[in-house]
Design a protein around this ligand. Structure first.
Ligand SMILES: C[S@@+](CC[C@H](N)C(=O)[O-])C[C@H]1O[C@@H](n2cnc3c(N)ncnc32)[C@H](O)[C@@H]1O
Length: 275
C-alpha cells in the first residue's frame, strides 16, 4: 500500500532523530567497556557461540552485515575468513568501523546508507546477509527490509538474523515485577521513548532526548521473510535476553532470565535461504 505524504514525513523525522542518536552512541560505544574495542584489537571474538554454529563456516564467503554499527562483529566475521561488507546509516559508526578494520588489516569494508535505501548505494551479490542484536526495532518497514536482504543475496544464499524476540519487546522495562506493559502487535507510528545515556554506558552524556522504535510481531517477521522469496529453515527461540531489564535475573554476563522459573521467549535466531 502506498504511504501517505504525512506518514512519510513522520517516518523521515523519526529516522533523522535516530541517526543523530546513533552518531552520539557510536562515539560513546567505541570507548565503552561493553564493546571493548581494545579487546577486539587484541583478538577478542565478539560473536556468540550459538550464532557461529548456526551460520556455519564462512571461509571465503561474501558476508553483507546489515546495521553493523562500529564493526566489532564485522571484523570478527572477517577473522573467521569472511569477506565482509558492513552497512550502517550512522556516518560516525561507519568511520569507526572503517578505522578498526584498517588497523587490523582484515577483509572488511563499510558503506554508509539507510538499510532500506541500500539498493541505491551498493551493487553486487553476497553469499550471506547477517544482522544481529538490536535490528528490528529501528526498522519502519519489515517487508522492505527483507526484500533488501533478498536483493543482495545470490540464489541459495543465506539470511541469518538474531535479535530480541518480539515478545521481549512487550515486557515492561520500567518495573521490578515481570509484566507485559508495551505493545506486541505493530502500530502505524513508532513509539517515542526517552533516552538517557546509552545501554552500553548509562552514565554517558547524550544530547538526544528521544529514540523512535517500531513494533513488529513474530508473525510480521516470519511473513516478511517468507514473502521476500526465502525458504525459512528455522526460527529458534531462546529463554534469555542479552541485556538487563529490572525484572530479569542475570545468569551469565550476556544472559538475563525471568524470575521464579517463568519461561518466556526473549531472543530468537532465524535462518532462511533465498529460493
Ligand atoms: C544495536 S546496533 C546493532 C549492531 C550490533 N549488534 C552492535 O551491537 O554493534 C543497531 C544499529 O542499527 C543502525 N541503524 C538503525 N536504523 C538504521 C537504518 N534505518 N539504516 C541503517 N542502519 C540503521 C544503528 O546506527 C546501529 O548501528
Amino acid at each position: 500500500m502506498p504511504t501517505e505524504p504525512e506518514e512519510e514525513d513522520s517516518t523521515a523525522a523519526a529516522l533523522d532523530a535516530n541517526r543523530v542518536l546513533w552518531d552520539e552512541w557510536a562515539a560513546i560505544h567505541a570507548q565503552s567497556d561493553w564493546y571493548n574495542l581494545d579487546a577486539v584489537r587484541a583478538g577478542a571474538d565478539k560473536l556468540r557461540a550459538y550464532e557461529k554454529a548456526e551460520v556455519g563456516d564462512v571461509t571465503d564467503l561474501r558476508l553483507l552485515h546489515l546495521q553493523c554499527q562500529i564493526g566489532a562483529d564485522s571484523v570478527s566475521w572477517a577473522r573467521h575468513g569472511a569477506h565482509v561488507t558492513g552497512v550502517d546509516f550512522s556516518p560516525v559508526a561507519i568511520q569507526i568501523a572503517t578505522e578498526l578494520a584498517e588497523s587490523l588489516g582484515v577483509s572488511a569494508e563499510f558503506v554508509c546508507s539507510d538499510v532500506l535505501a541500500l539498493p541505491e548505494h551498493l551493487t553486487g551479490t553476497w553469499d550471506i546477509v547477517y544482522a544481529s542484536r538490536g535490528i528490528l526495532g529501528w526498522i519502519s518497514d519489515l517487508g522492505r527490509w527483507a526484500r533488501v536482504a533478498s536483493h543482495f543475496l545470490r540464489p541459495g544464499g543465506t539470511l541469518y538474523l538474531t535479535d530480541m524476540h518480539p515478545m521481549a519487546r512487550a515486557v515492561d522495562d520500567t518495573t521490578d515485577t515481570l509484566q507485559l506493559g508495551r505493545p506486541y502487535w505493530a502500530r502505524t507510528d513508532p513509539a517515542r521513548l526517552e533516552v538517557r545515556g546509552s545501554y552500553a554506558d548509562p552514565s554517558a552524556h547524550v544530547d538526544s532526548t528521544s529514540k523512535f522504535l517500531w513494533t513488529h510481531s513474530t508473525g510480521d517477521l516470519i511473513t516478511a521473510v517468507a514473502q521476500a522469496g526465502f525458504r525459512i529453515e528455522f526460527f529458534h527461540e531462546f529463554p534469555w535476553l542479552d541485556r538487563s531489564l529490572p525484572s530479569l535475573t542475570k545468569v551469565s554476563p550476556r544472559e538475563f532470565v525471568p524470575p521464579n522459573g517463568i519461561e518466556l521467549p526473549l531472543y530468537f535466531s532465524l535462518r532462511a535461504h533465498k529460493v
